[in-house]
Design a binder for this molecule. Structure first.
Ligand code: ATP
Length: 341
């Protein structure tokens, strides 16, 4: 009888001790897992930028600029993703960043290119991390717990949807359309799936303040990678063209230190070349030519730029766009520019 009782006590006592050990062990593991996850988060570079930091500077706001930006922000307020489509160097990126900055939410930036795949957008496993801890939870008894945890690093889209940021996805049409499958459920169902991620948090609910502005070059939009219609259908398309004469002058003026008449000549030449040449002559080309002309300073006796200098500067600025870029192409470009000037 006494034996029985002591066996029972022993059994009971053992059970109690076992369960305490298990509890302590579980607690230690949980704590390690938490540390591992914090370390993972800390070591990842956050793609979030302060909206004030991304605001383009200088940024000119004529009526044309303000009206476009008002349209973009209006659509974002209506919870619609906006796709800016327009020619190279017309001001899409500056406009997108200015609209994003105005929203006042953190900004996440993605640059589209061939290498962008789903993992580059949502995140990926970044190898395993090993954590070891010596626990002395029972006097004199030490227990080593080791946890190997696969570290997951979120990429910009995951961060943007979770934090309610404004995503600016530049040159979106350069990426492989298959990479954008994850965007469908973001815009349609408000959920981002992270393929490859295991566990309950495989999906992220899209934050109500998340918005997206995408930009595409109109030629590439039509030609390089045809994006899925199902996705394009969900965007508002704002076509952006070159600004009016007055706005282009104000933009060039904001970037260089030149007299008003000189800027007027540069913008007039740019606009004439835009009509005459087969290559794209954007506002960026006008700014670059103006920067060159502040250095080369080719004024003639009337105080205007001489034709020779203007022709050389514009040829240098536009030569990289000539197919093949061999001497003949550039000579032809130069004579076309000389005629226009
Ligand atoms: N409103 C503006 N105020 C000041 N500068 C501007 C403005 N809009 C455009 N720019 C300038 O014009 C140039 C071209 O603009 P931007 O880079 O935004 O064009 P883009 O259409 O995005 O070009 P790309 O298609 O090559 O990416 C840049 O130097 C930019 O700083």
């Amino acid at each position: 009888m006494a034996d029985d009782a002591s066996r029972k006590r022993k059994v009971r006592g053992k059970k109690i001790r076992a369960s305490r050990e298990q509890k302590e062990g579980r607690r230690a593991k949980k704590e390690l897992a938490r540390k591992a996850s914090n370390a993972g988060e800390r070591s990842g570079d956050t793609p979030l930028s302060d909206p004030a930091e991304v605001a383009p500077d200088p940024f000119v706001e004529t009526d044309a600029v303000a009206s476009l930006r008002g349209r973009i922000n209006g659509w974002l307020d209506a919870d619609q993703p906006v796709h800016l489509i327009g020619p190279t160097g017309c001001g899409k990126t500056a406009l997108a960043l200015s609209a994003a900055a105005e929203r006042g939410r953190p900004v996440v930036w993605i640059n589209g290119d061939e290498a962008v795949d789903t993992a580059a957008l949502v995140g990926d496993h970044a190898g395993g991390e090993r954590y070891k801890e010596d626990d002395q939870f029972v006097g004199g008894v030490s227990k080593q717990t080791e946890i190997v945890r696969e570290r997951w690093v979120d990429n910009p889209l995951s961060v943007a949807v979770r934090e309610g940021a404004t995503l600016v996805y530049n040159e979106f049409s350069r990426s492989d359309p298959a990479a954008h499958n994850v965007l469908l459920s973001v815009f349609e169902e408000g959920v981002l799936e992270r393929p490859g991620k295991r566990g309950d948090d495989r999906t992220i609910d899209v934050h109500p303040d998340f918005r997206a502005i995408l930009t595409s070059n109109d030629v590439e939009y039509a030609g390089v990678h045809k994006q899925q219609d199902a996705l394009l259908d969900r965007f508002i398309g704002v076509h952006v063209d070159y600004y009016d004469d007055e706005t282009e002058r104000a933009i060039v003026d904001a970037h260089v230190d030149l007299a008003e008449e000189d800027i007027a000549t540069i913008v007039e030449t740019t606009r004439a070349l835009r009509d005459e040449l087969d290559v794209v002559v954007g506002t960026r080309a006008a700014i670059t030519a103006a920067k060159g002309l502040t250095i080369f300073d080719g004024h003639d006796e009337t105080g205007e730029f001489d034709d020779e200098t203007l022709t050389t500067v514009f040829t240098d600025v536009l030569a990289p766009k000539v197919v093949g870029n061999n001497g003949e192409d550039v000579d032809h470009l130069r004579s076309q520019i000389a005629e226009t000037v």
